[in-house]
Design a protein around this ligand. Structure first.
Ligand code: ATP
Ligand code: MG
Length: 670
């Protein structure tokens, strides 16, 4: 394993010293983007002639009518007026038609498997073809029509686990306006060994919630009565056998009905509704890592085209692939890279209902072997979790089908990167470290697997149409090697159009700090070779004696210690230094926290980054507060470090109970 991190005597990055891994040789022959020359040439075209570039991509899809005016129109400069982005306005299409009907009719993919569904329990699985999927979508759309509930422009909330009934999402492609009509609910679902009654959770929410407009409904909304609630019988039978009496669901005859009963005699044919390219497609809430989640609005055409092209290039998609993203469909990764991107390409994907550690810690590897998965996409948090259990667990399974590995969600530390590369990929699979956000709709900074030489921990270069810059505190663009704010200078097709119901918050959050730029909210470093390294959220930066340090670099240093599985770093006020460094570390299975480990960790960070970064506090943590999408909520950790109890909105925490545990074990003195 190459490790060449040199000693540093002041704050500095270890980026330059990291070894580079060549792109995959065996992918090159049939790769869509086979080398850096091709990438650069296409990239330049996408930046200088975006309209031409994207219309060429769009030509692979079906359009009822063409754009009426400019292909791309926008204003990114708040000083010149309202911020807006319009892509292919006036063109009409339907997303569902493009991802299902078109694949079946034009590409003859009707009998191809769209999803292998793998249940929470290993003996629970099924497969659904493109034809099956289209029929279900049509039937469901007819159910809704018959109930007279949904029309163009209506907003619909879906609250479901990872089960095939999520096809419902496509039946709605494009309904979005004022009134909330119904929810599609599941009766109950297992996550690992925990039985969750989604209907009940959702009912509680209905009381305090109005205008549920995303696929996740724990967002704060105003009061509004629910007109209809359609419920899926997912665990029927199973529930009776294993958990008789444990799951009781309240039933309101006036609004509730069973999905299977409604579907029974619905017709399998339903013509598409044609929408404008700039009509809303969906509203989705961000993870809430930094504050209250934001309702990000995406529109039809740009989102379809960008997710389709990124999926094709970043995972180098070919027709015999079996692709698996472990994300939840309720998050943007599940939208862009389980639903729209893969289906737009006619891909076969795995849809997994469960969790990585149930019924055993090799569940992921077992599923890869079972379906001969070729492209695998997960989050650094899952990799760090599974690393804890050692290599033997993995080596019992045949993972030779794998060709490309991907990560998303957080910066990946080099320990985790190398483990993923060596142990899961057997040094044969490039890792695409994809940087993007709910707001960007799709990958914006990412390696391309057959072209980009990889540096562990770097998301590398911008995708087509994406023009990043690095700004300093004064908003000046920095050239060459630099560190600062990551911003984007022009729109790509799938950049969000607004924050739902609050365009002002949209302009304030993303466009007002540095007029003329979209401000991502993440810090980054550009190294001497032009590689971009995401250093974490600006809100989480540490300011020690006037030196700005990123959370990612300190955390990466801590996880280089053999005993450490995961680390999270925050600042705490300090009389002399302004702020000092407070670390939470999770140890690997079987390791015990000692004073000596604490000292070794301090020394390690000092050596890797410099004396300025020496931690003042190290707390041994049994777990970390994470969002449901697996991101560390550092703002909560910061409050634990400071012993501040007013936590604000923590509704997206996966397990809120960890917060109390960490409070009770916090370090008082260094
Ligand atoms: P909120 O905006 O509500 O605080 P969030 O930013 O966690 O929530 P998401 O849109 O789910 O919501 O996450 C996007 C963020 O995830 C990015 O801004 C970045 O901080 C982080 N991220 C995603 N992918 C990567 C990656 N490959 N490398 C580094 N960071 C990443
Ligand atoms: Mg964010």
């Amino acid at each position: 394993m190459p490790s060449q991190v040199k000693e540093k005597n002041d704050k500095g990055s270890s980026a330059e010293e990291t070894p580079t891994f060549p792109p995959s040789g065996h992918l090159k022959k049939q790769a869509h983007i086979p080398d850096m020359g091709t990438y650069r040439q296409m990239y330049n075209r996408s930046i200088h002639k975006p309209e031409e570039f994207w219309m060429e991509v769009a030509s692979e899809f079906y359009w009822k009518t063409s754009p009426s005016g400019k292909v791309l129109d926008y204003n990114f400069d708040i000083r010149k007026g309202k911020i807006f982005v319009e892509f292919m306005k006036g063109a009409t299409t339907n997303v569902c038609y493009n991802v299902l009907d078109r694949n079946i009719m034009e590409k003859n993919l009707g009998d191809k498997t769209a999803f292998y569904w793998e249940g929470n329990a290993p003996d629970n699985s099924s497969a659904i073809t493109y034809w099956d999927l289209l029929k279900q979508v049509c039937k469901f759309a007819n159910v809704l029509k018959k109930l007279g509930m949904v029309k163009k422009g209506d907003r619909v909330a879906i609250y479901l686990p990872m089960i095939p009934e999520l096809y419902a999402m496509l039946a709605f492609a494009g309904f979005s306006s004022e009134s909330l009509c119904e929810r599609i609910l599941d009766y109950g679902v297992f996550r690992g060994e925990k039985l969750i009654n989604l209907k009940q959770i959702q009912m509680k929410l209905c009381k305090s919630v109005r205008k549920v407009c995303a696929f996740t409904v724990y967002i704060n909304m105003e009061m509004h009565p629910v007109a209809n609630c359609i419920v899926v019988k997912h665990l029927q039978g199973k529930l009776n056998n294993q958990n008789e009496g444990t799951l009781q669901t309240a039933w309101n005859c006036e609004v509730d009905s069973w999905l299977d009963e409604l579907m029974m005699d619905a017709s399998e044919e339903c013509g598409p509704v044609w929408l404008d390219a700039e009509d809303p497609l969906f509203i989705l809430y961000t993870s809430g890592s930094t504050g209250k989640p934001k309702g990000v609005l995406h529109t039809v055409a740009g989102y379809l085209i960008f997710t389709a092209l990124t999926f094709k290039c970043v995972f180098d998609y070919h027709e015999d692939d079996v692709y698996w993203s472990t994300a939840d469909i309720g998050w943007i990764t599940g939208h862009s890279y389980i639903t729209y991107g893969p289906l737009a390409n006619g891909a076969t994907s795995v849809l997994f209902e469960g969790i990585p550690t149930y019924p055993h810690v090799a569940r992921f590897w077992e599923i890869i072997q079972k379906y001969k998965v070729t492209k695998f996409y997960t989050a650094p948090t899952a990799i760090r979790l599974l690393m804890k259990y050692g290599n033997e667990v993995v080596q019992k399974f045949d993972l030779t089908s794998l060709k490309i590995l991907g990560t998303v969600g957080e910066p990946i530390n080099s320990e985790a990167w190398l483990w993923y590369y060596n142990v899961i990929g057997n040094q044969q699979c490039p890792i695409v470290d994809t940087f993007w956000q709910t707001e960007t709709g799709g990958h914006v900074v990412t390696p391309l697997p057959a072209a980009t030489p990889l540096k562990p921990g770097s998301a590398s270069f911008p995708f087509f149409g994406v023009l990043p810059a690095v700004l300093n505190e004064h908003g000046e663009e920095l050239e060459g090697e630099a560190e600062g704010y990551l911003v984007f200078k022009q729109p790509w097709p799938s950049i969000m159009r607004s924050l739902y119901g609050n365009h002002e918050r949209y302009e304030n959050t993303y466009f007002s700090k540095f007029p003329g730029y979209y401000v991502a909210g993440d810090g980054c470093k550009r190294d001497k070779d032009g590689y971009i390294w995401i250093t974490g959220r600006i809100d989480d930066m540490l300011n020690v004696s006037g030196h700005l340090l990123s959370t990612a670099e300190v955390e990466a240093a801590l996880t280089e210690h053999l005993a450490v599985a995961e680390a999270a770093v925050v600042s705490r006020p300090h009389q002399v230094k302004g702020e000092c460094i407070y670390c939470f570390v999770i140890l690997k299975d079987g390791k015990k926290f000692t004073e000596q480990i604490g000292e070794e960790l301090k020394k390690l960070v000092r050596e890797k980054i410099g004396p300025i970064a020496t931690p003042d506090f190290i707390q041994n943590a049994p777990g970390l507060p994470k969002t449901r999408s697996g991101k560390i909520m550092r703002r909560v950790l910061r409050q634990i470090a400071r012993n501040e109890r007013e936590l604000g909105d923590i509704s997206t925490l996966a397990d809120p109970s960890i917060v109390e545990v960490l409070f009770s074990q916090r370090c008082e003195a260094a």
